[in-house]
Design a protein around this ligand. Structure first.
Ligand code: AMP
Length: 280
């Protein structure tokens, strides 16, 4: 596996690969890799000729500096994991390589960016859009792979691509879970064993709502979910919402789109998100 750290090097590498007619797949990550990330890499490898995985903890998408400081960084282990799955290239640039000058653009990311995470984490999606656009410019991928674990992020990235005519296809991949059901997340590394046990209530709540939703009014569904989460000591709920899975507007039974339940909560001070599309 090739390790590339500079903008100049990655640009000349992808230019050469494109000249050779290679289809490039790109998996952007912030590292502390787990099976969720590796699944995206594997999918890219089956669908493209060349897979680039980036590892970059993007300062502009953190709205709390302590969250940025605490974010797990495990570059050596990540390189080892990517080598094991035969990823072609890891791109791990410094902040200066990604942002030679600060990007002050306010991106047009549509209504899907203004609710939920957009409300709770001001500036988060703008920072995410800034780094994703910049990384696309550097890696020139034909396809880019994102996990549905970050459901709203997938919608916002698609909006970014549409609004700025970026020549890349966005592929979304299912959430990978621990055998217990806990959604894999780099932030789980910051939880104790007890914390992981507590966090499982988020998955149990999603499962219960998935079983009950056809028999219960939507407002009541949210109440059932909040109640279930309040039963577990140590979960500090930020939101639980049932939304339209295409627009993120409050779910309306007349909509043709499936409902999605989205949850954000803190456990041991660690902010976790999860979601589930309710099955018909
Ligand atoms: P992150 O490193 O957290 O920024 O995530 C990088 C990419 O991996 C994003 O597209 C995430 O949605 C995706 N991802 C993170 N956790 C999971 C998971 N448990 N299952 C599937 N994809 C994931």
């Amino acid at each position: 596996m090739q390790i590339i750290r500079t903008a100049r090097e990655i640009i000349s590498f992808v230019e050469e690969s494109r000249k050779q007619g290679k289809v490039i797949g790109f998996v952007p990550t912030m590292g502390a890799l787990h099976e969720g990330h590796l699944d995206l890499v594997r999918q890219s490898m089956t669908e493209t000729h060349l897979t680039i995985c980036s590892i970059f903890v993007n300062p502009t998408q953190f709205n709390e500096s302590t969250d940025f400081d605490k974010y797990p960084r495990t570059l050596d282990a990540d390189v080892e994991e990517l080598t094991q799955v035969s990823c072609d290239v890891v791109f791990c640039p410094s902040v200066d390589e990604v942002y030679p000058t600060p990007d002050k653009t306010i991106y047009n990311l549509g209504d899907v960016s203004n609710v939920l995470e957009g409300e709770m984490r001001p500036g988060h999606f703008n920072g995410m859009a800034s780094v994703v656009k910049r990384l696309f410019e550097l890696t020139l991928p034909h396809r880019a792979y994102f996990g549905l674990k970050d459901f709203q992020q997938c919608l916002v990235v698609k909006e970014l691509v549409r609004n700025y005519n970026l020549p890349v296809e966005i592929i979304t991949c299912p959430t990978v879970r621990e055998p217990s059901g806990l959604a894999m997340s780099s932030r789980n590394k910051l939880l104790s064993e007890q914390g992981k046990e507590t966090a499982l209530q988020i998955f149990r709540t999603l499962q219960t709502l998935n079983e009950q939703w056809k028999d219960v009014e939507i407002e009541d569904l949210q109440k059932v979910g909040s109640f279930m989460l309040s039963l577990e000591n140590g979960i500090d709920l930020e939101y639980i919402e049932v939304r339209d899975s295409k627009t993120l507007a409050p779910y309306d039974e007349k909509s043709h789109n499936a409902p999605v339940v989205l949850i954000a909560a803190r456990v041991e001070g660690v902010r976790l998100i999860d979601n589930m599309i309710l099955q018909k």
